[in-house]
Design a protein around this ligand. Structure first.
Ligand SMILES: [Zn+2]
Length: 243
């Protein structure tokens, strides 16, 4: 059987002499296929399988085995290659997607497309990353509560984000744990990055301090809930931007 699917190349792993296993993110989740002969200089399909490429793929399907019949490049995103900040933001996004995304997630693909579009328009990369990671947290199954107190359901008097307990805490409930009160802008931003739809990602630029705090917290939260391995791209990204 044949199937056609649009996707963005997240990873390619060489195997044998000229073949690669290509992993793409699509509207239906993650999938991997065998791209035979792709590393050969004469391969017609190689540009469609380059890292970061958005392409249309025609795949042969035999049971669980998928192989590439034809790839048509839609956008190589080459204009982002010149910016170290954009490249390291994409690396961080991709490393996180591969590690933490539910492979059947159908919602995050539009955020990834919008992430690329807005990077090209020069929108703040850190805001885009924080939104993408918030959506990944939703996708990962380790959800955080961002609309009411995680303990009592109160929507008012939210004073704190408590990652250990699972999200927002109200004034009364926060007393049980610690007296820390987060500032209002931070709490608003926390809620915003979970709520915002993919077509509004460039609607509001987060304050740099808040964005960098959320970025670190989200990465720590995901790491803690998964395998606690370091995300290499995080340090590289931090070094690529002027804080
Ligand atoms: Zn409460």
């Amino acid at each position: 059987m044949e199937k056609e699917i649009e996707g963005i190349v997240l990873r390619q792993v060489p195997y044998k002499e000229k073949d690669k296993i290509v992993t793409i993110i699509t509207r239906k989740g993650l999938l991997s296929f065998d791209a035979r002969g792709i590393a050969s200089l004469t391969s017609k399909n190689s540009s469609s399988c380059n890292l970061f490429s958005l392409s249309n793929f025609t795949l042969n399907e035999k049971g669980n085995y998928l192989s590439l019949k034809q790839g048509k490049l839609i956008d190589s995103h080459y204009e982002l290659y010149e910016s170290l900040e954009s490249m390291s933001a994409i690396q961080l996004a991709f490393e996180s997607l591969i590690r933490f995304m539910d492979e059947n997630d159908t919602k995050i693909y539009d955020y990834v497309l919008s992430f690329f579009d807005n990077l090209k328009k020069g929108f703040d990369s850190m805001t885009l990353l924080v939104i993408l990671l918030a959506q990944l947290i939703k996708s990962s199954g380790y959800a955080l509560e961002y609309s009411s107190c995680v303990e009592c359901g109160n929507k008012k008097n939210i004073v704190q984000v408590n990652y250990r307990i699972g999200g927002f805490l109200c004034y009364e409930c926060a007393k049980k744990y610690n007296e820390i009160h987060d500032d209002k802008d931070y709490l608003k931003s926390f809620r915003y990055v979970f709520m915002v739809s993919y077509d509004m990602m460039n609607h509001y630029e987060l304050d740099r301090k808040i964005a960098s705090r959320l970025l670190k917290e989200f990465i720590d939260f995901l790491n803690f809930n998964f395998d606690n391995k370091e995300i290499k791209a995080y340090e590289i990204y931090k070094n690529s931007i002027i804080m």
